[in-house]
Design a protein. Sequence first.
Length: 136
Amino acid sequence: MDRIEGLILAAGKSSRMYPGHKMILDLDGKPMIQRTIESLSPFCGRIFIVVGYHADHIREFIPIQDNIFVVFNPDYEAGMLSSLKAGLRKTSTDRVLFLPGDCPFVPSRVFAKLLDTEGDLIVPVFDQKPGHPVLF
């Protein structure tokens, strides 16, 4: 089996959540970013979390573990693609599961189905619309 790494984007401003930030929004006793990490963890040896806006504050809510790495994207205002590139530069594996930080409840079966599919870029589709997570 190929080694799999995870990539979570948590660099945006979350401006619609003002004055809070959605990555630290409490979801049944845990911050959203922690729930997102937990959903991805069973499938990944290492997880890279890209931060930008309010990076220091968000870092406080990321569990300290040997397999979790925080990547700072100084160009986060350039958009999601800049954060995706910053995170992908840190990975060193054949396959990467990419998930926005605000997708905390992806069912395990979705990750399993993606990992069971061959291809260079696997994008799930629901109701004819592409979505997340994505497998590179």
